[in-house]
Design a binder for this molecule. Structure first.
Ligand code: RIB
Ligand code: CA
Length: 313
């Protein structure tokens, strides 16, 4: 099996960081062509710094990291320091990056890569707001048909919203970009809150990360120690949903997940439900399916995969 070539579009964010570490720890299955950063959990200057911190934590300073959109297509940026901390990577004490940020804009890297690589061989893995992806599709529509698949973290149906009563953060921050991506016709795999909320980092699972004993395991435990404090206060449940690593775990072990191929459209008109993923789970709309919308996860298998791979870094 040849490794799947991917671009991770990201707004680190502790859970983004773990998703990136999982990808970098799995070279047999995943070839990371580059990380493209977007404003989301924290502003772009911090997400593009954090992405490099994570690459150096993984011992991979050669990974190309690109800065992309500083704000959504239409709306003002909404960040999530209340969840991720002021740096976006609160928890572990990690050194500032020495590796450089690439000069090329992230959107141009996405376009150039999709035009260079054989059609149908590059998967896009967005872990934050979809601004960079939508900008690339608008600037170069010819690349849309060249994308193998988009496997993203975002949206919700049964779990409804985590930033508003109706919307999940990544989609809410840039609903117009999400509308572009969900209408583009590229095969979509959606890791929504419906599945990520079943992937909880319990205190026991967190201690198992720490018990790996390597620098990465300890740093991951410190990240999720911090990351879970928000969820503990909000939901009263010990542990945080480990959202973004569901994306890279799917590339390695798709059998850990189940979902339905359904129609999903994005609310961009009503302020009340702005950014809602209107997922036709029961097939009542008559609208054509456009996404594999995930609903279940083998959470024990997911955390076993994370422990197995993070131990290798
Ligand atoms: O709603 C969860 C998503 O928003 C995750 O990707 C998290 O990193 C934040 O970006
Ligand atoms: Ca994210």
């Amino acid at each position: 099996m040849t490794a799947r070539k991917i671009i991770i579009d990201t707004d680190p964010g502790q859970d983004d960081a773990i998703a990136i570490l999982l990808a970098l720890a799995s070279p047999a299955e995943i070839e990371v062509l580059g990380l493209t950063c977007v404003a989301g959990n924290v502003p772009l200057a911090l997400t593009s710094k954090n992405a490099r911190i994570v690459c150096e934590l993984a011992g991979r300073p050669e990974v190309k990291v690109f800065a992309g959109a500083e704000h959504p297509l239409v709306r003002n940026l909404r960040t999530a320091e209340h969840v991720h901390g002021a740096t976006g990577l609160n928890g572990p004490k990690l050194p500032d990056p020495e590796m450089p940020l690439q000069d090329q804009h992230a959107v141009d890297f996405i376009i150039e890569t999709l035009r260079r690589e054989p059609a149908g061989t590059v998967t896009l893995c967005p872990l934050g707001p979809l601004t960079n992806i939508a900008m690339a599709f608008r600037k170069a529509p010819d690349i849309i048909d060249r994308v193998q698949e988009i496997v993203l973290m975002g949206g919700a149906y049964f779990e409804v919203g985590n930033i508003t009563p109706a919307a999940e953060f990544n989609i809410y921050v840039d609903p117009h970009a999400a509308d572009v991506v969900f209408r583009a016709g590229v095969p979509l795999v959606v890791m929504s809150l419906d599945v990520t909320h079943k992937a909880m980092v319990t205190p026991e699972r967190n201690e198992a990360f720490r018990a790996l004993g390597n620098r990465v395991g300890i740093a991951v435990a410190e990240m999720t120690d911090f990351f879970q404090s928000f969820d503990l206060e909000k939901y009263g449940s010990p542990g945080a949903p480990l959202h973004d690593p569901c994306v890279t775990a799917y590339l390695i072990r798709p059998d850990l997940f189940t979902g339905r191929h359904i129609n999903v459209e994005i609310e961009i008109a009503s302020e009340l439900t702005m950014g809602m993923t209107v997922a036709d789970w029961w097939g009542v709309s008559g609208r054509a399916p456009n996404a594999l919308f995930m609903g279940t996860i083998d959470d024990e298998g997911y955390f076993a995969l994370l422990r197995e791979r993070l131990a290798l870094l």
